[in-house]
Design a protein around this ligand. Structure first.
Ligand code: ZN
Length: 191
């Protein structure tokens, strides 16, 4: 799955852009609410209503651009999620056969990493989707990773990093039989 790098980083970029926009929005509101020199003591004519209205106008003008961008980003997020859902494998659970083969490939030991990027030493209990099922990961041997209960729980439905993928591949070369593939991870095509 060569595209993992693109998927992983583009989603990180989305999240980063979203955080940046929220900060931009918050700062805009604060700046718009800060008292301005011409309002107040010197301007006795302005009523409370006028002051309030100009304040609201100021805030609305200040948040217009970041607000619009947040809406645009939200739409992108909805589209991305919709595509993840459309990619989902109709079969969620690995078959007995896949489980047996996957566990045998791992020698019954968890394939995830536990500290210092070393292989976890606990016995494998679960078949885990390396690329999460909920985001379109395939239910097949290519996407199967043997995991202990703790690693399975810790990983959750996060998209693995390209580094994690490379390290599992590297470790697999040490314990997988030569005729078996070491590559890991598969995302389903958009139908
Ligand atoms: Zn483990």
């Amino acid at each position: 799955m060569m595209e993992l790098k693109r998927i992983y980083w583009s989603r990180h970029a989305l999240r980063l852009a979203y955080s940046a926009l929220i900060v931009w929005l918050a700062v805009s509101v604060v700046l718009a609410l800060m008292p301005k020199g011409n309002v107040g003591a010197g301007n006795s004519k302005s009523t409370v209503t006028e002051v309030f209205r100009s304040l609201v106008d100021g805030v609305l003008a200040a948040v217009a651009i970041p607000g619009l961008l947040i809406v645009a980003l939200f739409i992108v997020a909805v589209v991305v999620h919709g595509r993840d859902v459309r990619r989902r494998d109709p079969i969620r659970r690995f078959s007995r056969q896949q489980r047996r083969e996957g566990m045998a490939r791992a020698g019954g030991q968890c394939e995830m990493e536990a500290g210092l990027r070393r292989r976890c030493s606990r016995p494998a209990e679960h078949g885990d989707h390396f690329y999460p099922w909920s985001k379109g990961g395939s239910t097949n041997l290519q996407n199967f990773v043997a995991a202990c209960a703790r690693c399975n729980r810790t990983k959750g439905a996060r998209i693995p990093s390209p580094g994690q993928q490379a390290r599992i591949k590297r470790r697999r070369r040490e314990y997988v039989v030569p005729e078996s593939s070491v590559s890991v991870g598969e995302r389903r095509q958009l139908a």
